[in-house]
Design a protein around this ligand. Structure first.
Ligand SMILES: C[S@@+](CC[C@H](N)C(=O)[O-])C[C@H]1O[C@@H](n2cnc3c(N)ncnc32)[C@H](O)[C@@H]1O
Length: 279
């Protein structure tokens, strides 16, 4: 089977489990993965033969609703490919907003802290975009740190990324002050978890998504403690749920932060940039 035939076939199969637009995107991802080329360049290879057995196996697994990133062990973030495995949250496109907010700040060097690093896509992207930056990366999950380490090695930033296993701020008590504290924390409530797609509930790690009864436990910890870890001119940047604007504003005011909220590609409030007047 050649690429153009495989694309049509995959789109048809995938349309049975997801909407047509997404089926088209995933068909592209599968074939570019098999040919080891960028999804954007796939159209140059339309006549190339594909490894058919692998291709059909991937489609079979995907039909059972296993997320494609876990099947391919590959995910894309900020235009780069990253390794991913079951047990670690699949990075979401919305999180690229957090990266763009950081990159617009006047922070060129120094050390930043990422809490809840997951597969490492945020920290590694920032290190690649800002070659004079260093980062500490914390996660409670050994698996997440293992995957981050692998990705850091691939992108040759392991000498600028320091990994620490532990619970939120606890393992960085003795560390230097940071230019920025960054996090895409778990931020959904137990109730919201129940309403999520089966695909997420069956395959993605609960502890990467759920944050207490209200969903704001981790964000509140960030707002309560982050200034103790920040330099005077430091920034706190974190992600929030599309429906959390009101409660996050209350918390930001309660803990006396100045702030700006940025929207995602769909227009939902998604990323908070916060700083203290007295810093
Ligand atoms: C929403 S995921 C974000 C992962 C990654 N930064 C990203 O954007 O794709 C949250 C991460 O926080 C980690 N986490 C959950 N509870 C934690 C805790 N108490 N201390 C440190 N990390 C924690 C999870 O293991 C998970 O990797």
């Amino acid at each position: 089977m050649r690429v153009f035939e495989a694309l049509e076939f995959a789109k048809k199969v995938l349309s049975q489990i997801e909407n047509k637009e997404y089926a088209k995107w995933e068909a592209l991802l599968i074939l570019s993965h098999l040919l080891k080329v960028s999804p954007l360049n796939l159209y140059i290879y339309l006549d190339k033969e594909i490894p058919e057995e692998n291709f059909l196996k991937i489609l079979e697994e995907r039909k059972k609703k296993k997320p494609l990133a876990y099947i391919l062990k590959e995910t894309h973030f900020w235009g780069r490919s990253f390794y991913i495995e079951e047990g670690v949250l699949i990075p979401r496109q919305d999180t690229e907003i957090l990266v763009s907010v950081f990159l617009d700040l006047p922070v060129k060097e120094g050390i930043i802290l990422e809490l809840g690093v997951g597969a490492g896509v945020i920290a590694i992207t920032l290190l690649l975009e800002k070659p004079n930056l260093k980062a500490f990366a914390v996660d409670i999950s050994s698996k997440a740190l293992e995957i981050t380490r692998k990705n850091a090695k691939t992108y040759k930033v392991e000498d600028r990324l320091f990994f620490i296993k532990g619970d939120w701020f606890t393992p960085v008590l003795e560390k230097p002050l940071f230019k920025a504290v960054i996090s895409n924390p778990p931020y959904i409530s137990m109730k919201e978890w129940e309403a999520l797609d089966e695909e997420v509930k069956l395959f993605e790690p609960r502890e990467a998504l759920i944050s207490g009864e209200k969903g704001t436990e981790f964000q509140e910890k960030l707002l309560k403690f982050a200034d103790e870890y920040l330099l005077k001119e430091g920034f706190l940047i974190f992600e929030m749920g599309y429906n959390q604007g009101e409660i996050i504003r209350e918390l930001l005011n309660f803990y006396k932060w100045n702030f700006k909220i940025f929207r995602d590609f769909k227009g939902y409030e998604r990323v908070v940039l916060a700083w203290k007047e007295n810093m």
